[in-house]
Write a protein that binds this ligand. Structure first.
Ligand code: F6R
Length: 265
């Protein structure tokens, strides 16, 4: 795991977007990007959009796969992840909507929709770089605590904590769906790179458990300890409960140039 501690949320966005952009350039025009919803990656998306607008990055031939979708919202609901991805990713990053995929949480047969989603990722050649946030309870995607560490895309029930955390996007807690379709932890681990961003004190416990805690289904994010190329980009508040902050900073400052070039940190 590579841990990058930034001074603030703006730097998190710049560093993480730089990393994603360098991977996209290295892969080529048909890069496949895994995209998360939620607040955490918004700055990263804004920075990628700025690069696209400035002609520094062209994602017009890229594909994208969202991590998850609610089950139980009417199609077209503004807080459905299909809509959120359209507003925050597809349009600003000038992606071709035909190549942007979100699990079909509106399907009559969600189990089939889950299998179809796995097939679609495989048909696209797999995800080159997966952008992630982490829930305050350690979830990634909507893989809540005690999710199987080898799980694939499937329906899950959201925890009370996650529904409360996400109620800010709805008029009331009652409107937050109970269920979702989410890529599994095994699906996420298959991505060739993972870039997770976290900001704020509310994420400090989850970040510490993910990075320094035991590999455990109690903190689904800890599965990234098994990933060969996982980069965690956090601000100081989200890093505040890490015990080895000095070491992570030292490693980052002393990274050899050749490794910066290739790994793009
Ligand atoms: C959303 C997702 C979730 C969020 C997590 C953090 O697609 O995969 O794991 O990343 O719930 O949400 P925010 O960023 O809103 O704090």
């Amino acid at each position: 795991m590579e841990i990058i501690i930034c001074s603030d949320a703006d730097e998190v966005a710049r560093v993480a977007a730089g990393k994603v952009a360098r991977i996209a350039e290295a892969v080529g025009p048909a890069v496949v990007i895994g995209v998360a919803t939620g607040s955490s990656p918004i700055g990263l998306y804004n920075e990628l959009a700025r690069k696209v607008g400035a002609g520094e990055l062209d994602l017009s031939e890229a594909s994208a796969f969202a991590l998850d979708e609610y089950v139980g919202l009417p199609e077209g609901h503004p807080e459905s992840y299909a809509e959120v991805i359209r507003r925050t990713v597809t349009e600003p990053l000038r992606l071709d909507p035909r190549r942007v995929h979100v699990p079909n949480g509106f399907a009559a047969d969600v189990e089939q929709a889950a299998r179809d989603y796995e097939d679609a990722i495989e048909d696209a050649g797999g995800v080159d770089v997966q952008i992630l946030g982490i829930g305050s309870n350690g979830h990634i995607g909507f893989n809540e605590p005690v999710s199987s560490l080898v799980s694939r895309t499937r329906m899950k029930t959201l925890t009370k904590q996650t529904r409360e955390d996400n109620a800010r996007f709805f008029d009331s807690l009652d409107q937050v769906p109970l269920h979702c379709l989410t890529q599994g932890l095994g699906t996420i681990l298959d991505a060739r790179h993972a870039v997770l961003v976290a900001q704020g004190e509310g994420k400090a416990d989850a970040v510490a458990a993910m990075v320094e805690g035991p590999l455990s289904a109690m903190c689904p994010g800890s599965v990234l300890q098994l990933h060969e190329k996982a980069t965690i980009v956090v601000d100081e508040a989200a890093a505040s409960k890490l015990t080895r902050q000095d070491y992570y900073r030292w490693v980052h400052e002393n990274k050899p140039d050749w490794q910066r070039e290739i790994k793009g940190a």
